[in-house]
Design a protein around this ligand. Structure first.
Ligand code: HEM
Length: 143
């Protein structure tokens, strides 16, 4: 089950990024449709949160399956530190901003909506384990 959820978590990141960019384009064009598109964005973000919480608890790098080399700790091992601390903190923060943006979309406050989404986008781009990083993962599941 972990593998399937990890693959889903991998591919849903593209859905989330596309929805985020689509919401930004609509906000810049001041379209009232942000009321509905922001809902889809929030659903995608909260789905990532649910899968992420599961992976953080029971995945390969989960708190309940910790298998640290002798003498090391979560903070001294770069993979554990990334997947158990840095990645969740950045991504949960981005999801908070996306949720705040949803409230602004309902009020059609385009300016605040745009800024909250820009902050969320920066946090997500910083938190993704892009290939080439020390903790890098493939761009697509199983690639
Ligand atoms: C904005 C939302 C998020 C994005 C775009 C995202 C993206 C990713 C990507 C691309 C991977 C690598 C997948 C792979 O190896 O194929 C990953 C792994 C992981 N993510 Fe996220 N993530 C998000 C939210 C979260 C949250 C909120 C948590 C925890 C609360 C989380 C926990 C994890 C964990 C633990 C792994 C590693 C799992 C393993 O190797 O077993 N993610 N994430």
């Amino acid at each position: 089950m972990e593998t399937g959820l990890l693959h889903l978590h991998n591919v849903l990141r593209w859905v989330l990024l596309l929805l985020l960019l689509w919401n930004l384009v609509q906000a810049i064009a001041k379209k009232e449709s942000i009321r509905s598109s922001s809902l889809w964005l929030m659903i995608a973000a909260h789905t990532m949160l649910l899968i992420g919480v599961y992976l953080t608890v029971a995945g390969k790098y989960g708190w309940t399956t910790l298998n640290l080399p002798a003498g090391s700790s979560v903070m001294s091992d770069s993979s554990y530190r990334f997947f158990l601390i840095e990645h969740p903190v950045l991504m949960v923060s981005s999801i908070v901003f996306i949720t705040m943006a949803r409230a602004k979309a309902k009020q059609l406050n385009f300016r605040s909506f745009t800024w909250l989404l820009v902050i969320a986008l920066v946090l997500i781009l910083a938190g993704i384990p892009w290939p080439g990083r020390e903790v890098g993962r493939p761009l697509f599941p199983g690639a």
